[in-house]
Design a protein around this ligand. Structure first.
Ligand code: 5GP
Length: 195
């Protein structure tokens, strides 16, 4: 076991803001571990079981909640999402940094139980830009895009109001947002050696 515990980093942001790309770039740069969440949402062709998510049914998820196996969990777009506690604790104890990509409800729970965690929220350059990015992804029809847009507006307002986030990063140019997120995490670690 390493003498210094790893750092826990939380990344959140509305859908379409590029947070998954930023999260994976950070995992590479920091040689950190990506926490694979458990979810009841349907697996898509873009998903790999065990790499993107562990796909389970609602009964399995509810049992995991009951057994205290989740560090945090939330219902997002009618599906359960949660962070398995065991791998996070084991990796932190082994001195590895762990990155969670979770929503605002989850981030609030993590900051309550592990206040030393560093939470970053990724913002779009503007609401217009977010709407046009959601449309460009064209994964969904317009009514779903509008729902995601309203949800994004709500999530941004909640993130700003809730006090759980240490840093807000605007993703205007991806490379610059990744550089800034990386610097932010490194500086936070230096300023909080026990974090
Ligand atoms: P998606 O289905 O698009 O992969 O994710 C939908 C939302 O669920 C995103 O905002 C994502 O950050 C969030 N999410 C993914 N995993 C978790 C988790 O383990 N816990 C929580 N609270 N949210 C999660």
């Amino acid at each position: 076991m390493s003498s210094q515990r790893g750092s826990l980093v939380v990344i959140s942001g509305p859908s379409g803001v590029g947070k998954t790309t930023i999260t994976h770039a950070l995992v590479d740069r920091l040689h950190a571990v990506f926490s694979v969440s458990m979810t009841t949402r349907a697996k898509t062709s873009a998903d790999t079981e065990g790499r993107d998510y562990f796909f389970v049914d609602a009964a399995h998820f509810e049992k995991a909640i009951e057994d205290g196996e989740l560090l945090e969990w939330a219902k997002v777009f009618d599906n359960y999402y949660g962070t398995p506690r065991g791998p996070v604790e084991r990796n932190l104890d082994a001195g590895r940094d762990v990155i969670l990509e979770i929503d605002v409800e989850g981030a609030k729970q993590v900051k309550k139980t592990m206040p030393e965690a560093q939470a970053i929220f990724v913002l779009p350059p503007s609401e217009d830009e977010l709407l046009s990015r959601l449309r460009k992804r064209a994964r969904e029809d317009e009514s779903v895009i509008q729902r995601r847009f309203r949800e994004a507006q709500r999530e941004i307002a909640e993130a700003k109001a809730c006090g759980a986030y240490d840093h807000f990063i605007v993703n205007e140019k991806l490379d610059e947002a990744v550089d800034l997120a990386h610097r932010t995490v490194v500086e936070h670690k230096q300023a909080n050696p026990s974090a």
